[in-house]
Design a protein around this ligand. Structure first.
Ligand SMILES: *[C@@H]1O[C@H](CO)[C@@H](O)[C@H](O)[C@H]1NC(C)=O
Ligand SMILES: *[C@@H]1O[C@H](CO)[C@@H](O)[C@H](O)[C@H]1NC(C)=O
Ligand SMILES: *[C@@H]1O[C@H](CO)[C@@H](O)[C@H](O)[C@H]1NC(C)=O
Ligand SMILES: *[C@@H]1O[C@H](CO)[C@@H](O)[C@H](O)[C@H]1NC(C)=O
Ligand SMILES: *[C@@H]1O[C@H](CO)[C@@H](O)[C@H](O)[C@H]1NC(C)=O
Ligand SMILES: *[C@@H]1O[C@H](CO)[C@@H](O)[C@H](O)[C@H]1NC(C)=O
Length: 642
């Protein structure tokens, strides 16, 4: 055999790699496995040294010559280096200790908008071994009182800007000695400039290591409230492990550099911004640029001003940015949408229908979409620099499938009872076939649940509801995510729906997010929120889509109604068609830019409940036509069947 010319060897290797990559997804496996290994190693080292508290991470950067002066926080035009932040944090810690006698392991409630102060209070509490409980600043009334009560805090620190969300009656209630189940009242501090000045005059004293001792990775670091579809928000115990794992995971996933600047205006009271942006930055030693709150008008301006290299999104954020008018520099005529140094956007909840539009309009090279939950402890992701992978939230190759296969499963769901379905004979759950949606569950150690799942604070009932036992074998235990996903034969993961959102119609299960995705692909629709509505004399729920039309009008021109009907009929199975369209000028959104469904669902298409500013249309034959009071009366009188 003649010797191979030298040149062909590298070629052969790269061809081989490309082949392996295509066949076995080695690249993704490498990313996945190497970040998993990194997480475990870093965390173990810190655990052994009892240095898991984030305060130590800050301290290390602040006291090292190489990193002390590196920018850490950027907010409202100001920058704090690691060293400056460290000194400030020590003062905050002393303020809480000296003025309120806050003890190690004590919870302090924080009702705060995004700001550098949010971080100072958080880490200040960590510096004295206390735990913050992050309260959603949009709350008022009963839900706010509830969150404060279950947090067990005896101190509530409130952002001056949300002062009006707390009423005089509530203040009186909090100050009653009976408020904390007889254990005394709650002090409330409104964070005024005077308070801030007082704090900055406190001595920068570092407490002894013993107050921060948290020798186990599963130990609590803080409380983050998660809002389910029903009931009040519940405080999820966030372990130290989750901060380390979340932070290192994103670091690996984004191939983060120490000169990266992550811009987030997602609320810090949620895990996405606090863990997956802030902790990531702190662990890496790079820079976070904090936006006060989401605003489609100011997003790019803020990100540019902060010289961001990475941006974070959640839910429908990118869709709102797309529907904002193009920004052109009035002087130079330059396209400002593309004027930035951002190389990557990451987050969760971006629907595939806008994936490529986002990349093109804003000139983003890479989108990293992933899936995690506040209470959960694993993630899936999709890192994509081309359009090949648009829409999948994760991908793993054969190697990691073997590893992951034992730690997670997708199981069949009983959509009526909203729980995994049990086999009538064996009583066990069943894995769904590849490609079918099933609830994602994670394996727990049945004899040591809290190793992976720390549950809700002081609420074992709610915690137990997240745990399934005897799933595939007697005695095993699994964690329920409440989300259905699909895992295809190529190893790709797709989000299907939130259990409870999926509804039944004509004996079929309709995934609201899949229908919303289809609607979102129609050029006239700028936003869609899909849900099922109960109708008089009908079984199950009929599909209804609350939509916002690109032009903002609610009286939709006939040709658009016609093209919408053609579009859904061509792209959805009959049973999944939205039988009703509720056209509205604006859809409600949560602090995290997610779309709540429960109010819309309850209002149904009942003319007495639907806002008179909205218009309802229904599908008659192959056309959407106005749905009138007479139509509703006919439905109610059982004169019409759908
Ligand atoms: C609470 O305050 C914030 C900030 O001012 C505001 O956006 C929000 O709507 C308020 N929430 C309520 C319920 O008033
Ligand atoms: C850490 O966890 C251990 C075991 O679960 C517990 O005994 C200890 O009190 C916890 N420490 C802190 C600071 O939470
Ligand atoms: C990411 O999602 C897109 C959209 O579905 C998909 O085309 C692509 O294959 C995914 N990438 C990976 C690596 O799974
Ligand atoms: C829909 O869900 C129900 C209840 O869980 C189940 O019995 C049925 O088989 C599902 N239907 C389809 C078509 O998947
Ligand atoms: C825990 O919750 C119970 C009610 O479920 C309450 O009585 C108790 O006071 C709470 N514990 C603390 C420390 O607040
Ligand atoms: C928790 O569940 C038990 C048994 O189901 C019940 O007796 C108890 O009242 C529940 N506790 C709370 C705080 O809901």
């Amino acid at each position: 055999m003649p010797p191979l010319p030298a040149l062909t060897i590298p070629l052969a290797i790269s061809t081989l790699l490309a082949y392996l990559n295509a066949r076995w997804s080695v690249f993704y496996d490498y990313l996945l496995l190497s970040s998993l290994v990194k997480i475990v190693v870093r965390e173990k080292v810190a655990e052994r040294q009892d240095r898991l508290n984030l305060f130590y991470v800050l301290e290390k950067h602040a006291l090292s010559l190489k990193t002390a002066n590196r920018p850490f926080l950027v907010y409202d035009g100001r920058t704090w280096s690691y060293k400056e932040t460290y000194d400030t944090v020590l003062r905050y810690g002393q303020y809480f200790k000296q003025n309120f006698n806050i003890q190690p392991k004590e919870v302090v409630a924080l009702d705060f908008m995004n700001s550098a102060t949010f971080i100072f209070i958080w880490l200040g509490l960590s510096s004295i071994g206390a735990f913050p409980a992050f309260i959603n600043y949009n709350l008022c009334g009963k839900p706010l009182t509830h969150c404060l009560k279950v947090s067990t805090a005896r101190l509530l620190v409130v952002d001056e800007e949300v002062r009006n969300n707390v009423t005089q009656e509530q203040l009186a209630e909090f100050s009653s000695p009976a408020f904390r189940d007889g254990k005394g009242s709650v002090d409330v501090v409104f964070f005024t400039p005077e308070i801030e000045n007082r704090i900055l005059e406190m001595p920068a004293v570092r407490e002894d290591d013993s107050v921060r001792s948290s020798p186990r990775a599963r130990n609590m670091s803080m409380l983050i409230f998660t809002s389910g579809t029903t009931g009040y928000p519940k405080p999820a115990v966030i372990s130290l492990s989750k901060l380390w794992a979340g932070g290192s995971f994103i670091d690996g996933l984004l191939s983060l550099r120490t000169d990266d600047r992550i811009y987030t205006c997602m609320p810090l009271y949620h895990a996405t911004a606090s863990i997956l942006a802030f902790c990531t930055v702190l662990l890496k030693g790079c820079t976070i640029v904090i936006g006060r709150r989401f605003s489609a008008r100011n997003f790019w301006k803020d990100a540019r001003a902060g010289d961001a290299t990475i941006i974070q999104y959640v839910g429908e954020t990118m869709r709102y940015l797309l529907s904002a008018p193009k920004q052109i520099d009035p002087v130079t005529g330059q396209d400002l949408d593309k004027k930035h140094n951002i190389r990557l956007a990451y987050g969760n909840g971006m629907r595939p229908d806008i994936w490529n539009q986002v990349k093109e309009r804003f000139g983003l090279e890479t989108i990293v979409e992933f899936y995690t939950s506040t209470e959960g402890f694993s993630g899936h992701w999709n890192r994509s620099s081309n359009s090949f992978s648009a829409g999948a939230i994760g991908r793993n190759g054969r190697i990691s499938e073997l590893v992951l296969g034992r730690t997670l499963a997708l199981v069949e769901v009983d959509y009526e009872l909203e729980v995994p379905r049990r086999d009538p004979v064996t009583g066990y759950c069943r894995r769904v076939p590849k490609g079918e949606p099933g609830e994602l569950i994670y394996a727990l150690d049945p004899s040591d649940i809290s190793m992976k799942f720390q549950g809700y604070y002081n609420n074992s009932n709610a915690s137990n509801n997240k745990i399934l036992r005897d799933v595939f074998a007697k005695g095993d235990a699994w964690f329920r995510t409440g989300d259905t996903l699909r895992w295809d034969t190529e190893g790709r993961w797709y989000f299907s729906d939130r259990i409870g959102d999926t509804f039944r119609w004509k004996s079929e299960n309709v995934s609201t997010s899949e229908v919303a995705e289809t609607l979102g692909n129609h050029p006239a629709i700028s936003e869609a929120n899909v849900y099922g509505v109960s109708l008089p004399h009908h079984e199950g729920r009929a599909g209804c889509a609350a939509i916002v039309i690109e032009t903002g009008v609610v009286d939709v021109p006939a040709e658009i109604l016609e093209s919408l009907a053609m579009h859904v009929i061509a792209n959805l199975p009959r049973f999944a068609l939205p039988l009703f369209l509720r056209v509205t000028a604006e859809l409600e959104k949560t602090g995290n830019n997610k779309q709540p469904k429960h109010i819309l669902r309850e209002q149904s298409v009942d003319p007495a409940k639907v806002s008179p500013d909205d218009r309802v249309y229904w599908l008659q034959g192959n056309k959407y036509v106005p749905f009138t009071l007479q139509d509703w009366q006919k439905l109610s009188a059982a004169q019409v069947r759908l």
